[in-house]
Design a protein around this ligand. Sequence first.
Ligand code: GDP
Length: 402
Amino acid sequence: MAANSEANSDTEDQDKEYVGFATLPNQVHRKSVKKGFDFTLMVAGESGLGKSTLVNSLFLTDLYKDRKLLNAEERITQTVEITKHTVDIEEKGVKLKLTIVDTPGFGDAVNNTECWKSVADYIDQQFEQYFRDESGLNRKNIQDNRVHCCLYFISPFGHGLRPLDVEFMKALHEKVNIVPVLAKADTLTPTEVKKKKIKIREEIEQYGIKIYQFPDCDSDEDEEFKQQDLELKESIPFAVIGSNTVVEAKGKRVRGRLYPWGIVEVENSAHCDFVKLRNMLVRTHMQDLKDVTRETHYENYRAQCIQSMTRMVVKERNRNKLTRESGTDFPIPVVPGVADSETEKLIREKDEEVRHADHEPESHQHHHDHDHKSEHSSVHHEHSDPQSDPETPSDQIRDEAL
Ligand code: GDP
C-alpha cells in the first residue's frame, strides 16, 4: 500500500514537472503544414545554357509550356525581360507554392553592358513592395514575392568566368543568395569539370564575389552529416545536366540524355551534381535560403531605405525649421522599429549640427517647444519603446511623423 502511494506521488511529481511546451514543435509543424510553404527561385545566365530544362527536371513539371523562343534577329536588340511562372506542388500532404523567375534575353543582345540592371531592379522592386506592405495598416496576408535564391548558370565552354558573369554576380550578391552552377556538364569530361570548378571557385574568391554560404554545421553533428556538408561546399559550382526526356538505362526508366556512345543520367551522382543541388535546394537548405533573404538581404534593403528616408527628413528639417514645430509634415510612413543604430547615430549627428547652427535664443525656444511637445505625446512614448530615452531625436521623428 505504502509502495503504491509512493509510485502515485512519483507520477504526480512528473506531471507537475511536465508543463507541456515540448509539444510546441508539433504545434508549429501543424500550423505551417496547414498554411503551406512558398519559395521563389530565380534562374539567370545566358540563354541556351539549359535553364528551363533544368528547372523542369528539378521540379518534375513543365513550367515552360507557353514559351516563345526568339530568332537571332529579334535577339540582337532584346532587353532582358523578367518572366514569372508559379506552380503549386504537393507531396505527402505538404503544399509548396513554387515561383520561378526567369530572365530571358540575358546576355543575348550585342551590347550587354548593364544587362544585369533589370534583374537587380526586379529584386529591389520585390523588396520595396514587401517594405510597403509591412509598413502599411493591414499586415495580414502579405504576398511575399522576395527572391530567395538565384541559380546563376556559367557556360561550360569558356575558360572560367566571363566578364559578364563577374559583373552580374557582383551587382547582385548583396541582394540575393547566388548559387553558381556549371551548365551542361555532360559536355565536359570529369577531369575538365574538376579543373573548371577549381578555377571558378578561385575566381569567385579573387573578384570578391559573395555567393550563398552554406551555414557551418555544429561540432556535435554526426560524422556522416559533416562529410555531406563538406562535399556540398566542395561541389560549388554544381555541375548540372538537365533533360526533359525519359530514357531506358539498365532496364530502368530514368531522366537522361541519350547519345550514340551512351546515356547520361541526370539523377546519377557519378554523372553530375544534379541530386546534390536538388537536395540542397529542397531538402536541406530551403529554409536557410529564406532566412538569409529575410535576415540579411531584406534587412540591408530596409536599412538603406530607412536611412535615405531619414536623410530626406533631415534635409526637410534643415530647409524649413518650422517643420519641427508644425510636427506633421513628414512625407514618409512611420516604419515599425526605426531604432536602427546607424539611423539613430545619423539623426543624432544631424541634430547636433542643427543645434549648433541655431543661434542662442532660437535654440532655447526649440528646447522649450520640445518639452512642450513631449508632454503632449507622452502616451505615444510609452507605446513606442518604454526603454528608450524619451529625449532621443529618433523619438522626436517618430512623434512628429505621427
Ligand atoms: P535556356 O534558354 O537557358 O532556358 O535553355 P534551354 O533549357 O531551352 O536549353 C537549350 C538547349 O540546350 C536545348 O536544346 C536543350 O535540349 C539543351 N540542353 C539543356 N540542358 C542540357 C544539358 O544539360 N546538356 C546538354 N548537352 N544540352 C542541354
